[in-house]
Design a protein around this ligand. Structure first.
Ligand SMILES: [Fe+2]
Length: 287
């Protein structure tokens, strides 16, 4: 049976989870326990995990369909299930602050939901920290479910029926050039601005830097509303900053959290984290 023990991390969301070894085979009962904890807490931090790529892919597959990493898929058509976060190459060498790959990852310092720009956005992201930095590099999270709950009734009535366009080229091309084939693989897509968790009926905003515009609204009003919703969602008291420890495995619910990476000195520190994502169940429409 499941023996997960969850200790809350923030008033709105998040739990530190013990009582499971994610590097070992995981039972279907344990998977259901993790799914229930995702629905309840949105962010799960599992400390001291002896993870491997093989075990991480097994866990990912037990939670659903592993997502094809979009950069490689877009550029080459090849399906790979892992992304590497940080500044360490496959050969173990370190990239500094001026490396192109370091600059590309600066886009992750904007508030976002992973893969929200895809026709089918992701359910969860799973990240394991093999090498972590000693200063900076936190991942900050906020609950867009708590943010929805804190809207007044007039704002809920305003946002409930709306759709918004998510556009990777819009959000990322100002940060670093996007390969043309990659850009072509990610046409803008419209998603509901308010999503509902099918398991518990809880509603949340679906906002962040990938959101370009509100469908049917003019540019200025659209931008004002989206910026106001992000500011409301990311209020300082609403943020949980996760300072990574070596061997943390972290699962976050992209349906209802947004997050951002904080800067670190890539000249000074080594960082190597392996990331997988699980495909979600809701499909947007190509815009
Ligand atoms: Fe991310």
């Amino acid at each position: 049976m499941s023996t997960l023990r969850c200790t809350p991390l923030h008033d709105d969301f998040g739990a530190r989870v013990t009582g499971i070894e994610l590097g070992e085979p995981i039972s279907s009962v344990q998977i259901e326990g993790i799914r229930a904890a995702i629905d309840e807490y949105s962010l799960l931090v599992f400390p001291d995990q002896q993870m491997t790529d093989e075990a991480q892919l097994a866990l990912t597959s037990q939670l659903g369909e592993p997502e094809a990493e979009h950069v490689t898929l877009g550029r080459t058509g090849e399906t790979v299930h892992f992304g590497t976060v940080g500044n360490i190459s496959a050969d173990g060498s370190q990239h500094g602050n001026e490396a192109a790959s370091t600059r590309y990852q600066k886009g992750n310092q904007l508030w976002h939901s992973d893969s929200s720009f895809r026709e089918v956005p992701s359910y969860v992201t799973i990240t394991h920290g093999y090498e972590v930095v000693g200063e900076g590099g936190e991942t900050e999270f906020v609950s867009a479910r708590a943010a929805y709950d804190r809207l007044d009734s007039a704002d809920r009535d305003l946002v409930d029926p709306l759709e918004a366009v998510h556009d990777y080229l819009f959000s990322r091309s100002p940060v670093a050039p996007v390969h043309p084939a990659h850009a072509a693989s990610l046409p803008p897509v419209a998603h509901r601005l308010v999503r509902t968790n099918p398991g518990n009926g809880r509603q949340n905003l679906f906002v962040g830097s990938h959101v370009r515009s509100v469908v049917g609204w003019g540019g200025i009003e659209s931008r004002e509303l989206l910026d106001r919703l992000v500011a409301h969602t990311t209020h300082a008291d609403a943020v949980y900053a996760h300072a990574w420890s070596t061997d943390d495995t972290v699962i976050w619910d992209n349906r209802c959290l947004i997050h951002r990476g904080r800067p670190y000195d890539a000249d000074r520190w080594r960082r190597r984290m392996r990331q997988t994502r699980v495909v979600g169940a809701e499909r947007g429409r190509i815009h």
